[in-house]
Design a protein around this ligand. Sequence first.
Ligand code: ADP
Length: 658
Amino acid sequence: MTQPRSTRVFALVTILAAIYFIAAKFGLSLASVHASATTVWPPAGIALAALLLLGYRVWPGIFAGAFFANITTAGSVWTSFGIAAGNTLEGLLGTYLVNRFCSGLNAFERAQNVFKFTLFAAMLSTTVSATFGVTSLGLGGYADWSDYGAIWLTWWLGNVAGDLVVAPLLILWSANPRIRWDRWKMLEAGLLLLFVFVVGHVIFGWSPRVYNRLPFPYIPILVWTAFRFGQRETATASFLMAGIAIWGVLQGVGPFVMETDNESLLLLGAFMCTVTVTAMTLAAGVSERRRIEQKFELVVESAPSAMIMVNHEGRIVLVNKQTERLFGYARGELLGRSIDILVPRRYREQHSQHRGAFSRQPSVRPMGAGRDLYGVRKDGSEVPVEIGLNPVQTEEGLSVLASVVDITERKRADDQLRRHAADLESFSYSLAHDLRSPVLSISGLSRLAMKDYAERLDPTGRDYLRRIAGHARQMDELIRDLLTYSRLSGYTLKPQRISLKAVLTDLLRQLTEEIRRSGAQIDIQEPLPELLADRTVVAQILSNLLSNAMKFVEPGATPHVRVWVEDNGQFFRLWVEDNGIGIAPEHQEKIFQTFERLHNPESYPGTGIGLAIVAKGVERLGGRKGVESELGRGSRFWIELPRQSSASGPLPGISSRG
Ligand code: ADP
């Protein structure tokens, strides 16, 4: 049966009050500078931990515990009230600050937050209870104002130590009470505990020897705990050491023994606070690093592709389970081995050269652009792969994290697609080729009929015949363009050194009739470079661009066409500018596709294949194309060709029909 909420809170408050009371009584029993002020004040830590863990609502427990502990020790109802108010406010303020600035209960997870915890909770909030407490004593006449400073300092330091030594212990154990150690870790923990007591005994038990003047042996123990265990264990070790040290001081032995007990405990408190903060920061730093490593491992492990990290010597230092699955090796068989184990023998030498080049210019990029990559499995079979490279700077030098994806399926689908495309192009080529001769016959026959039988026909008959001839001519043009387009895919390029000037001069000669008809003025600007490319394809591209530039002008307007070339280093960019009708931005992409025309054939005759030939030709030459235009303001078409055209080979399944 669940208890009602208020009963539960009441029970919590009562238990807290009782614990606070006992801890406070213990602390006050060690008071020496004043009956109410002590350098050992664990209740501060209890209050802070309780408020952080259980919420602000349990504050009455702190108030009641503090009030009763004080009223039963020294002072009046009023001074006890003031002191209890100070203690409660300190806890509330500390809790607020920890929640606000130090991630609340996670304050000890990060080194930065440990510092903030020290500053805000331990050092700042504690000034409240010291000030409230000592002022209450002064006002009540229980302390001399002249002792205000000394009592205040003792009070404050006792609270600081309570917050630093006790609060982390309670918070960390409540957050994670389970111990998951294997046998060796248990043994190590036992050994650690033994060391704490032995060192404690040496420092505080053997009096008066030289080594018990030195509290330093505590430090390596805390460092050991921080490195090998964690924040929770470090807080525990600190707490135990503080306990032993207090006991030592009370026995009058150990390095902290001064003239008075109060001085001794002050010194001890200062020492313990410093050491604890250092150790807790260290533990947080170590655990932060461990968490980052775990996260990294988790990311690598759960990656959908095989991940392989290779160090500067080319040895494998990390693999995930996808790597095991892809290559058929167990992790242990790969770690420490050269990456060559996964590279087919014939590529190994090349691979090591590429690795050298990568380490000279590391960047995140895909491996082997433009080449087919293969990995070799344990059973010797090869697998086509795609590899992404990420340079990772480590202390030992440059490592590379490679993500490897099996592309067997994709390659199969790609090949199939290419074959289908090739079949389709081959089909359209044959179709166009076979259609051409009947079309030419129709054209020829209709011309003959016009010549020999025109007088015997009435005007309607003659009109029909003229239209048949016109359509046949159009059909022939379409078929010719289609043939040029289909041929481009399978055509075997014959790169040669060509002069653009010569190509253009030839073209203008071929276009003489068109130029004359349109009255076009064509301005070809020098210098025009030489390049290594296939002359036929370059000429086809330029012919289409020039024809369009002369064709797409307002009716009656004189076309002005300007051609020039920019040298962009590795590329030449050739521009063809006209003063024509322009192209709206939304159409500028699609006009490069087959049969995309923006105008009716009456005003601007054409086949809709010219720019598709341009696009395919440029692609075959390894270049790019584009257009800049505005409606009514002319167009500037450009093509970019490499100085040395690294032409792509013909598509599989298609032979050259040059
Ligand atoms: P075609 O010239 O046979 O119509 P293209 O593929 O060469 O086919 O061009 C496709 C379309 O792009 C043309 O129909 C036209 O609408 C538009 N176009 C091409 N070049 C120009 C240009 N220089 N100015 C304006 N529009 C153009």
